[in-house]
Design a protein around this ligand. Structure first.
Ligand code: ATP
Ligand code: MG
Length: 425
């Protein structure tokens, strides 16, 4: 049967097996963020287009080519958010959260970019974003990296990700550097790939990020941003490295790491893996000390990161570090005249006595064989059986589904709850 309407390319449904994994991963992220004292913010998914143009930069890939922009019925120019930082800063300014204050915030949710869909790259994807305002670092920069490292450790993937680190210096340092870089690129213009030619005059730093092997070789002789760093930038960058060394977090310095968005300065970092092919960046972030002012606030130091949920989950499943949870702990089966009445009551009592456990009641009748098949299908560890004798004796029978050889036993409901606890632990 041909489906009349299918999902949009690059926008995925998450089915029960997926959501079971997503929920486990989200819980680890939320618990970790909470353990650092960070608070959640939730912003709209749609913002005015000019917010992104001003925040991210007109000549970035995201704004130039990747945004889902449209005019709504009132003629307002709106875009689905391609990232969360711009909206988070907007929200903080609108509600006066950052003036003379410190904030450590996080959010989790969908982002939209019109890119070519492939493994690890989608048009609707999800990020966990963290934004910290009002602290100039590098201690907080180190904390953010340590926080991500904690997350990897909780999943046992800390050795599967590599931390790449760079400093983009201050705006003045970048300006001086850019002038010399453009001279170098112009002198070698004919050797550049098409993207790099275009970027030479729109966004020259992004040329450093080229995937073209030949251009990469050429760039070995290009001027280096670090040679333009003043004392402050050097102290900031060296401070961060010292903190990371003390924490035992390994990193590689990568002076080609520039990141795609315009608002970064000083610290930039990415966590990358070789296990996912070309889409190897799982998490990226850095400092963006000028963005708050650029969006109309008073100068406010800021640092953050975005973690790609699909890529993290792809990595975790590829490495076998998470698996879908069965959806049910206890399955209640029954047979006999009016057994449903008792099943409904018993299920309610089980839920009360077994908080946090998943109790599913069989519905729709059928013989026990069919009902036990369902219990297996849902991965139930325990079956609670209600037959005619149980109804007559006001008892239930408990069967351990994880140990086929164990005897099933009849209990009064309170004792049954204790027996089930024993099996589930
Ligand atoms: P890439 O270089 O892979 O395009 P990016 O620099 O555009 O990444 P950011 O804007 O820094 O990405 O977003 C932070 C993280 O969000 C990325 O490191 C990645 O894990 C994830 N991400 C970005 N774009 C996508 C996408 N289209 N699909 C899935 N995940 C994405
Ligand atoms: Mg991108």
């Amino acid at each position: 049967m041909a489906l009349m309407v299918q999902a949009i390319r690059g926008m995925n449904d998450l089915l029960p097996e997926d959501t079971s994994i997503w929920q486990q991963v989200e819980k680890v992220l939320k618990d970790t963020l909470s353990s650092y004292g960070y608070s959640e913010v939730r912003m709209p998914i749609v913002e005015k287009t000019n917010l992104f143009c001003r925040a991210i930069g007109e000549v970035t890939d995201v704004v130039e080519k990747e945004m889902y922009s449209f005019e709504d019925r009132s003629g307002d120019h709106l875009s689905l958010r391609p990232e969360g930082t711009a909206g988070c800063v907007r929200a903080c300014l609108e509600h006066n959260l950052v003036y003379n204050q410190e904030q450590r915030l996080w959010y989790m949710g969908p982002m939209f970019r019109h890119e070519r869909p492939q493994k690890g790259r989608y048009r609707q994807f999800h990020q966990t974003g963290v934004e910290v305002f009002g602290i100039d670092g590098p201690d907080i920069d180190a904390e953010l990296i340590a926080l991500t490292y904690d997350i990897w450790k909780k999943f046992g993937i800390e050795n599967d990700l590599q931390l790449e680190l760079n400093s983009l210096g201050s705006a003045e340092e970048r300006k001086a550097y850019k002038a010399d870089l453009v001279k170098f690129l112009e002198a070698n213009f004919e050797k550049l790939d098409e993207d790099s030619k275009r970027r030479t005059h729109t966004n020259p730093l992004r040329v450093l990020d080229t995937k073209d092997q030949e251009v990469q070789k050429l760039l070995a002789d290009a001027p280096k941003l670090r040679d333009y760093f003043g004392a402050e930038t050097k102290a900031h960058f060296e401070g961060l490295q010292k903190y990371l060394d003390n924490l035992g977090i390994k990193y590689v310095l990568n002076d080609r790491l520039v990141r795609g968005l315009d608002y970064y300065n000083l610290t930039v970092f990415e966590w990358t893996t070789t296990a996912l092919g070309a889409q190897g960046t799982v998490c990226g972030g850095g400092r963006y000390d000028s963005l708050v002012e650029q969006l109309g606030g008073s100068p406010t130091k800021a640092v953050g990161f975005g973690l790609g949920m699909e890529r993290l989950i792809l990595l975790l499943t590829t490495l076998g570090k998470v698996k879908a949870n069965p959806s049910v702990d206890v399955y209640v089966v029954g047979s006999g005249e009016n057994c449903e009445e008792t099943m409904l009551k018993v299920s309610a009592k089980l839920r009360q006595g077994l908080p946090g456990k998943r109790i599913m009641m069989h519905c729709g009748g059928g013989n026990f064989k069919k009902q036990f098949k369902k219990a297996d299908k849902f991965g139930a560890k325990v079956a609670v059986i209600i037959g005619e004798s149980e109804i007559a004796n006001n008892t239930v029978t408990v069967k351990n589904m994880t140990d086929k050889d164990s005897e099933q036993r009849e209990y009064a409901i309170e004792a049954a709850i204790d027996a089930i606890k024993e099996i589930l632990n």
